[in-house]
Design a protein around this ligand. Structure first.
Ligand SMILES: [Zn+2]
Length: 437
């Protein structure tokens, strides 16, 4: 082959250069962490937010998203979003929440064993497009041969391998990854823990700085958790379920649970987004009583509950009360109904959950990296069309992960594993030996 002139070296177009910027222009940036609610341009590059300013002029090679008429929010942080629970055989539930604007989802399967981080972590390694972490069912942890002191050492990463092999598991992958769980989960529908085991849950989670979450529906059960807490943290999750009236009068039950958060330091509540919507919930879930919903809205308005979770998605084996698709419409409706400002509504699924997790785990990375749109934040962003009330684009680590409610392949592999001590891009489960030699 001959050339009339020397061939030019192959070069990427500027727009495809790995360090190219993305500009999200003229959107209404709602960033509660910085109390920003204004039309701004946002520049992201290298997976992080570089700047938010009134005007950022595009440079050659920039990708530009015209966000005129759209809200630009930090990606949704969901502390309670079920997928890969029990008998889930599909990763679709994990990926579809990205289309609804979720960028961090912590899955709380009561049936999760210490092997759950390895199983879900393998899915991260295979390319999930969002950041995930998981809680382990308390019964699965307490049923090991390990003492509470050994479990505390294990979750802190201080239990010798030889001891792990004797008291945690004979599987080195389980041993190496089980401690990467984000917390423990109690669930009255799966078991009723003894007093000793409840005490062990509080001791382990407090001393190993894990989250401790309990399914909240029956106020009597919730009160038992609160009485055992003695200043230690527990998240009574989807507390609006108490307002369904399944365990007594709906309003009295919800008031009872709200009083626990008021009277017991360390007890925090979250509400389910589906229950707060005008529709009062999903027809395939349980509805909140109309009067109880008014109580829940009032509690939010008075700052008695500052966290929201989805308990979803619906398209999973473990059916919760809600669905991740309800999150953004819920935030918009809370503002439209005058319950709280839009800024404060958005805070309930962005900066508030990362502050909660940061305080509970004693780790600052949560608030530094997640839940806001300031310089240095991970570029997890959701663009919301306010008329339709839904996410139209979700960016994870600066990559477009979902568009018009559908996951796109461009973001394959951008998701990472959320552990207590940080967000890691891969778990490396496939690299671990199955048997010790
Ligand atoms: Zn749940």
């Amino acid at each position: 082959m001959t050339y009339a002139r020397a061939p030019r070296p192959v070069t990427f177009p500027d727009a495809l250069a790995p360090e190219a910027r993305f500009l999200i222009r003229r959107g209404r940036v709602i960033d509660p962490a910085h109390r920003v609610d204004a039309i701004k341009d946002l520049a992201i590059a290298g997976g992080t937010v570089r700047e938010a300013a009134e005007t950022i002029l595009p440079q050659r090679g920039d990708g530009v998203i015209e966000a005129d008429g759209l809200f630009v929010l930090p990606g949704i942080i969901d502390l309670h979003c079920h997928f890969h629970d029990l008998f889930d055989v599909s990763t679709t539930p994990a990926t579809e929440v990205v289309g609804a604007g979720t960028v961090v989802a912590l899955t709380p399967g009561a049936g999760n064993t210490l092997m759950a981080p390895a199983l879900l972590g393998a899915e991260v390694d295979r390319g999930l497009p969002l950041h995930v972490g998981c809680y382990i069912g308390a019964a699965a942890v307490l049923s090991t041969r390990a003492s509470p002191e050994q479990l505390i050492a294990y979750f802190r990463g201080e239990l010798p391998d030889t001891t792990q092999f004797q008291v945690i598991s004979r599987n080195p992958i389980t041993n190496a990854t089980g401690a990467l769980a984000i917390g423990l989960k109690d669930h009255m529908g799966h078991w009723i823990l003894s007093d000793d085991h409840l005490e062990a849950c509080f001791a382990i989670t407090q001393q190993a700085q894990l989250l401790f979450m309990s399914h909240c529906q029956d106020p009597e059960h919730a009160e038992r958790l609160a009485r055992h807490s003695r200043g230690r943290r527990v998240l009574l999750t989807h507390a609006t379920a108490a307002g369904s009236g399944s365990h007594g009068d709906a309003v009295a039950s919800l008031e009872h649970v709200l009083a626990l958060a008021r009277d017991y330091p360390g007890v925090t509540l979250d509400f389910t987004t589906a229950h707060l919507r005008r529709s009062r919930g999903l027809r395939d879930g349980i509805l909140i009583d109309e009067r109880a919903q008014a109580t829940a809205w009032d509690a939010i308005a008075r700052g008695r509950c500052h966290l929201l979770t989805s308990d979803g998605p619906c398209n999973a084996t473990m059916k919760g009360f809600g669905d991740a698709r309800e999150n953004i419409p819920c935030l918009l409706e809370l503002a439209q109904e005058g319950v709280v400002s839009l800024l404060d509504a958005v805070a309930m699924m962005t900066v508030n959950p990362v502050r909660f997790a940061s305080e509970a785990t004693g780790q600052r990375w949560w608030t530094e990296e997640l839940g806001h749109l300031g310089p240095g934040a991970r570029a997890n962003v959701v663009l919301v069309e306010p008329q339709a009330g839904r996410a139209v684009m979700t960016l994870v680590e600066g990559r477009i992960a979902a568009f018009e409610g559908r996951c796109v392949r461009a973001a394959h592999g951008v998701g990472g594993w959320v552990s207590r001590t940080g967000l890691r891009s891969k778990l490396g489960v496939g690299d671990l030996p199955f048997f010790q030699t």
